[in-house]
Design a protein around this ligand. Structure first.
Ligand code: B16
Ligand code: MG
Length: 219
C-alpha cells in the first residue's frame, strides 16, 4: 500500500473548478477578453496571479500591467468566486471521494491536501471534510505553484513520507506534471487529451475506486 494520498481540491474533491471558470469568464468579459472552456484547461491548477497573467497575455499580449492593476483584477475575480462558493455544503463533495477518504483512514494511509487555492481551508470546512486531513497545503504554504512539484513535496515532507510512497490525485495537466516531478504516483481525473501524463487515469471521481487504484499502483 502507499503510505499517503495527496488530494487536489478544485476538480477532485469538489467541482469548484467550474466556479473558478465562471468567475474568470465574468472578469475577462468585463475587460473584453474571451475565456472559453478550452482555454480554461490551461488555467486549471494554476494559482490566482499566474492565471490572471495568462488571461491578460491572451487579451493584451505584450502590454504591461502595474501590480496595483493586477491585484485589483485578481481581487475582483476572487469576489465573484466567493459569491459562487457561498452556498457550498457537503452535498457538493464529488461522488466516490468520501468513500476513498474513509478507505484511507481504515488502512492508516495518511491524507493531505495539495491545493493552489487561498480558499482551500474554508472550502474543506464547508464540505465538513477537514477532520480527515493530516496536513493541508494551500497557496500560503508554497512559493512556486503547480506545475512546480513544491505543493506535493511540501505535503509529503510534512507527513514525513517518501515521495514514492505517495499517491497524488489531480484534475489539471499542471497538477499531474507537479505530481510526476515530485516522484509520486499520479492519478488523473478527466480525459486523456489533457492528462496523458498521468500514471492512472479515470474519467470522473465516481470511477475512482480504491481497489483499482491500489492494483495499478503495485504493478
Ligand atoms: P484561489 P486546486 C486551484 O486549486 C484551481 O484549480 C485554480 O483554478 C485556481 O486559480 C487556484 O486554485 C487558486 O485559487 O484563487 O482560490 O486562491 O485545483 O490546486 O485545488
Ligand atoms: Mg484542481
Amino acid at each position: 500500500y502507499p503510505k499517503a494520498f495527496i488530494y487536489d481540491l478544485d476538480g477532485v474533491i469538489t467541482d469548484t473548478a467550474e466556479f473558478h471558470f465562471l468567475a474568470w469568464q465574468k472578469l475577462a468579459e468585463e475587460i473584453n477578453i474571451s475565456v472559453d472552456r478550452q482555454f480554461n484547461e490551461q488555467l486549471k491548477g494554476i494559482n490566482r496571479m499566474d492565471s490572471l497573467d495568462r488571461i491578460l497575455e491572451r487579451g493584451f499580449s505584450g502590454r504591461i500591467f502595474s501590480n496595483t492593476e493586477k491585484v485589483a483584477l485578481a481581487t475582483r475575480k476572487n469576489e465573484y468566486y466567493l459569491k459562487l462558493i457561498e452556498s457550498i455544503d457537503p452535498s457538493h463533495i464529488l461522488p466516490g471521494i468520501e468513500t476513498l477518504l474513509q478507505k484511507n483512514k481504515e488502512r492508516h494511509i495518511k491524507i493531505a491536501l495539495g491545493s493552489a487555492s487561498n480558499n482551500a481551508s474554508a472550502i474543506l470546512d464547508k464540505l465538513e471534510l477537514t477532520s480527515y486531513f493530516d496536513y493541508i497545503v494551500d497557496a500560503s504554504k508554497v512559493k512556486k505553484g503547480k506545475p512546480d512539484p513544491e505543493t506535493f513535496t511540501t505535503a509529503a515532507s510534512a507527513l514525513g513520507i517518501a515521495p514514492d510512497d505517495c499517491v497524488g490525485i489531480e484534475d489539471a495537466a499542471a497538477g499531474i506534471e507537479s505530481i510526476n516531478k515530485a516522484g509520486m504516483f499520479s492519478v488523473g481525473i478527466g480525459n486523456a487529451q489533457h492528462l496523458a501524463a498521468a500514471d492512472y487515469l479515470v474519467e470522473d471521481t465516481a470511477k475512482l475506486l480504491f481497489e483499482d487504484l491500489i492494483a495499478c499502483y503495485s504493478k
